[in-house]
Design a protein around this ligand. Structure first.
Ligand SMILES: *Cc1c(COP(=O)(O)O)cnc(C)c1O
Length: 222
């Protein structure tokens, strides 16, 4: 059994103390591993690949809250729109409009986080701080209408580094951007998704409300 129950309990203590949510990142792991954590009470699980998520969702209990944390292509939104709980990595207005359209077709509201590229290293996806502020302005002023999407906050992946000062800078920058945009018109942020296996404790210190942890719970991925 590759699920690490001791790590799970230790991480839960920290998220409970910080009033944060633990998303167990189960990508590339079998449904039997997910079931083990589910039986311990875990309900929030994160996946990176659309097809894998759709397959697992069909096999597992219906009260799991599925988080999509990977890079989402617009043409695949329709497959997860019926059931996804939160889409973390929204990185373009085009994607946001497609999520809105698919949510409307499914007669539901889909919760989304805007991905911010805060890391200094080669970053492919996400908005910068100014782009987030502009987008939130347009939504809160009614210039951009999203009838079936609710933007719940921000998501970031910090640099992959042991340099604590660099990580602190990045988490602090995210926290500041989150607070700047936390209440604009009818828009109200609730979720700041940051922190993974290597940096979740620091992320919680800097105000993360949702951590995404995989390898500490399920072991290294192949
Ligand atoms: C894989 C992944 C995680 C989990 O990473 P670990 O280091 O295994 O905890 C978190 N967030 C995103 C976006 C991921 O792709």
């Amino acid at each position: 059994m590759s699920v690490n129950e001791n790590n799970y309990k230790a991480i839960l203590e920290k998220t409970n103390a910080a009033v944060a949510t633990l998303v167990a990142v189960s990508k590339l792991k079998p449904v039997s591993d997910i079931q083990v954590l589910y039986d311990l009470g875990q309900r929030d699980f994160g996946e990176n690949y659309v097809q894998e998520l759709v397959e697992k969702q069909a096999l597992l209990p219906g009260d799991i809250r599925w988080h999509f944390i990977g890079h989402l292509q617009s043409n695949k939104v329709k497959y997860i729109a019926p059931f996804v709980h939160l889409i973390h990595g929204v990185d373009s207005e085009k994607l946001l409009l497609e999520i809105d359209k698919q949510a409307r077709k499914n007669n539901r509201t889909i919760h989304c986080l805007l991905q911010v590229h805060v890391a200094q290293e080669e970053t492919k996806f996400g908005f910068d701080g100014a782009e987030v502020t502009t987008l939130i302005d347009r939504i809160s002023s009614g210039a951009l209408v999203l009838s079936n999407v609710a933007i719940k906050g921000l998501m970031a992946m910090a640099s992959f580094t042991d340099d604590m000062e660099k990580l602190k800078q990045e988490f602090a920058a995210m926290k500041a951007l989150f607070e700047e945009n936390a209440e604009r018109g009818t828009l109200k942020f609730e979720t700041l998704s940051m922190g993974m296996s290597g940096d979740y404790e620091l992320a919680l210190e800097y105000g993360s409300t949702m951590i995404r942890v995989g390898s500490l719970l399920f072991g290294a991925r192949g």
